[in-house]
Design a protein around this ligand. Sequence first.
Ligand SMILES: Cc1ncc(COP(=O)(O)O)c(C=O)c1O
Length: 405
Amino acid sequence: MKLKQKKSDELFLKAQELIPGGIFGHYKFAVREEGPKFFSRAKNAYFWDIDGNKYLDLICGWGPMILGYNNSKIDKAARTQYDLGNTVSVASPVMVELAETLTDLVDIADWALFGKNGGDSTQLAVMVARAETGKSKILKIKDGYHGANGWMQNKNNPGIINSDSEEVLSISWNDLDEFDEMISSFGNEIACFISSSYDHPTSKDSSLPKEGYWKHIEKKCSENNIVLIVDDVRTGFRIDLKGSHNAFGFSPDLVCLGKAMANGYPISALVGKASLKDAANKVYFSGTQFFNSAPMAASKATLEELQNLNAIEIMNTNGLKLKDDLSNAAKAFGLEIKVSGVPSMPYFRIEDQTKNFHVDWTDECLSRGLYLTSYHNHFLSVAHGENEINEIVRIASEAFEAISI
Ligand SMILES: Cc1ncc(COP(=O)(O)O)c(C=O)c1O
């Protein structure tokens, strides 16, 4: 199927003159020759591109959108605060209110600090761990994504130098032997272990922690004066409102939050246990825009709305329906689709087929108005109800049919 995309193509050409690559960062990977490049508006689970094509969105702005685009309650909370003042020379009381909302909600949280992006909170977490322990090394998972700062990137990436990752050690996900070996060899130098609560790499199935994994890590970290950091930037408020660690039964020292905490308004947070409050106070962490009060008001409203709606239950129910219905739809065409990860963040892979076959399927979905990717986990929101799931499965079935003939 062909999409109307004359305006998109023209604007993308102009963008390429003005912006290196025409688009950058993680948005760059998702641009398809045939597919939307610029939105004109968005509402609930849908967005429209500048050529007027409508898409049911399974990407949710790469995670922030959790209550539906342009949610009137959240937008009203932000607008009310904007009208009072957004960036002013002193902080707004809403900063304290949001810290209270977060510490009431996230079970390990005794304090909160705020930034803009997830990478601000993961950077701060590591600095707090170093300030507390006086050690320098960071232990992470090989595929783990924590943002775009030097130490977080692949060492072969352009612009990254060896010293960026000199203090970074990496191990495979779910491998306790490798973890124990690193602790035996470098325990005295490791300041922190940073990881998402389950593995959600690109271009691979997502993988949940094996039995006893986190309890073992929690114990070893505590015995070796290593700060345990959960990077909940992607998973935060999509698995458990108390923090995704709660769903997996362990207790980290620090939790990094971002993406969904304000339904798209720019804010991130680091929350932590009381034992690290002094270290957090000593670290210099700042940014001109970190004190914007409208995103703080949006975040407070988002966290309250997620609780009022029982959002996790809604996303789990609909995510499980999506998994079952999509699997059945694929079977009808002799295909098997593996859906991994938690229900609100499904990763899709068509079994026993080439990567190109899968990419063809996503392209067929895209041209029929379903926005998804072939290499990244997807995101559900509260706005993805039963009707939206049925619509996703209807489009996916047509796409299965198109690639099976
Ligand atoms: C697990 C995880 N941590 C950190 C980040 C970085 O967040 P941001 O892009 O907001 O800096 C991301 C972004 O995708 C993420 O998925």
